[in-house]
Design a protein around this ligand. Sequence first.
Ligand code: AKG
Length: 260
Amino acid sequence: MRLTEEQLETFEKRGYLVLRKFAEPELCDTILDIAKAHLKHEVPPVETEMEYVGKSKEERKTISDGHAQEWEEHITVRRLRQVYHRDIVFRQWMESDKIRPILKQILKESPTITIAHHNSIMTKMPHTSTETYWHQDIRYWHFKSDNLVSVWLALDEENDANGVLEFIPGSHRMTFEADQFDEKEYFSDNHADNRTLIETKEQTVLQKGDVVFFHSKLLHRANKNKTQTAKISFVYTVHGKSNHPIARTRSSSFPEVNLD
Ligand SMILES: O=C(O)CCC(=O)C(=O)O
């Protein structure tokens, strides 16, 4: 499958693009079943809610895969990490022939999967999960250029109640001052200029099988899950083959997968 010129232009201008019913429902169900088993048994490496919320700026920059479960008694898994190496079904989705030409169009060269970032099953658990504040994913990543794209697959419905993703369209092309971000590099919502920009936010209500491509500089956030059911999604990130991670950073800490 290839994007139309209009779809490509939408991605370039707005920094994100939704493709409805891109993945078969049967594939989503299979991924979900495997993910639920890994979540139930807390198969490492995982990131817990406490780790996600409590991590300092320095830890986010340097630590690859933490093991907070060693000291947390009752954990809430926020993400299953390193999904590429967990199961062939996960790997096949990330390498699928259907998605490669689209990634190549967006990146304008052959895509490479980074194993160091995202590469996750992302959850929002009922009751125990927290809101995700406005941020740019690139803030803790280190590559030659900021041109990376994440592929988010909804495994079930994602809506206002269970933690829908929200984006600020076009923010991937904007330049911000340091004081627009807080000490953890979240985009402050009590800064006057930020508040005006945040009013332009768009929600991406998703159904099972919908895919969102979004740029690593795009400002985004997600609600807390106010329902009784976990929201479980799949996310991984790619960059162009020539956009190498910077040596001796967290971004270069795992061998990558080129999709030539
Ligand atoms: O909380 C969510 O579902 C979104 C997570 C997210 O944006 C991130 O971890 O970069």
